[in-house]
Design a protein around this ligand. Structure first.
Ligand code: NAD
Length: 306
């Protein structure tokens, strides 16, 4: 019987630890961390994600604020704003909610964030430090995945890991983290030949492709650990019925919200796993928890607090 890896449980534990540490440091130093999230243009999903981050931060005693800018903002103006926020002494964490509207060059914008405030861990300096296996701010989703596997006692050393997806947010940094844990890593992507052959070798299979229920049982080795990063908003009732049958929760979602969230892993594929992450409630909650941990870390380093 496959065991569920509840990201929610671990996320609550991490947040409680951050909260206690924030409280302790406030009592000792009179200072509190501050996190600023930037939202450019209108994007419903981004607005929800950013508000969740703001609310979570506030619930842990971290001062948090969203700065909203119109779509008409130019890249130069955005970079100027970032420079101002980089210089602001009271701000410890600074993130730009992605995706940016298409006219922006995301990499140029990320490069403009001060590496010491880059709580998303996407700045080249922080990614470089990750590849060098040195301390730095780590990208939140991959860091959460490693924490979750360790929490459930999954051994990483020497394990054959296959990651499907090569984005800078998930697949690539996660590969570096597994290598740092002495795993043997393969990254697959949209041009990979024989995906099923490679994926089905994996002791640990990570699906981070953004394709609802794409990972079918034939991609999973019996007893593998399966991590599902995918968050796909699906509104097509016939598709949901085909995958989940008459699942009452999914039916209720469709009726009430007009969509339901589906991971990249087909439910039938989970049955072959020894451990798997659910969607929702698996990797998702950990991403925000790790962001809080990064904000605390940036705060302590910048202000030299122990
Ligand atoms: P992305 O679109 O940047 O990258 C997707 C990757 O999947 C690409 O490298 C692509 O080559 C690969 N891919 C796509 N189709 C494929 C196929 N048929 N076969 C093999 N490879 C294929 O996406 P992303 O930002 O890395 O996000 C991936 C998924 O993870 C999305 O569903 C996203 O919503 C989710 N996500 C979740 C969290 C979280 O907190 N849980 C965080 C980030 C992303």
């Amino acid at each position: 019987m496959a065991q569920v890896m509840e990201g929610k449980t671990l996320a609550e534990k991490i947040k409680a630890e951050v909260k206690a540490e924030v409280r302790r440091l406030q009592a000792e130093s009179g200072q509190v961390p501050k996190l600023v999230g930037i939202l450019v243009g209108e994007n419903k999903a981004s607005e929800i994600y950013l508000r969740t981050k703001e609310k979570t931060a506030q619930s842990l005693g971290i001062v948090s604020e969203i700065r909203r800018f119109p779509q008409s903002l130019s890249q130069e103006e955005l970079i100027d704003q970032l420079r101002i926020l980089n210089e602001a002494p009271e701000i410890d964490g600074l993130l730009v909610q992605l995706p940016l509207p298409p006219k922006f060059e995301t990499n140029r914008v990320i490069e403009a964030i001060s590496p010491e405030k880059d709580v998303d861990g996407f700045h080249p300096l922080n990614l470089g430090r990750l590849f060098m296996n040195e301390e730095g701010l780590r990208p939140c989703t991959p860091a959460g995945i490693i924490e979750l596997l360790k929490f459930y006692g999954v051994s990483l050393e020497g394990q054959e890991v296959v990651i499907i997806g090569r984005s800078l947010i998930v697949g690539k940094p996660l590969a570096a983290m597994f290598i740092n844990e002495n795993s043997t890593v393969t990254i697959c992507h949209s041009r990979t030949r024989n995906l099923a052959g490679i994926a089905s070798r994996a002791d640990i299979l990570v699906a981070a492709m953004g394709r609802p229920a794409y990972v079918q049982p034939e991609l999973v080795k019996e007893g593998a650990v399966v991590v599902d990063v995918g968050i796909n908003y699906v509104s097509e009732a016939s598709f949901i019925e085909k995958i989940f049958g008459d699942d009452p929760k999914k039916r209720q979602d469709l009726q009430e919200k007009g969509y339901t969230i589906v991971g990249d892993v087909h439910p039938a594929a989970r049955e072959k796993a020894s451990f798997y992450t659910p969607v929702p409630g698996g990797v998702g909650p950990l991403t925000v928890a790790m962001l809080m941990q990064n904000t605390l870390l940036a705060f302590k380093r910048r202000r030299q607090l122990g």
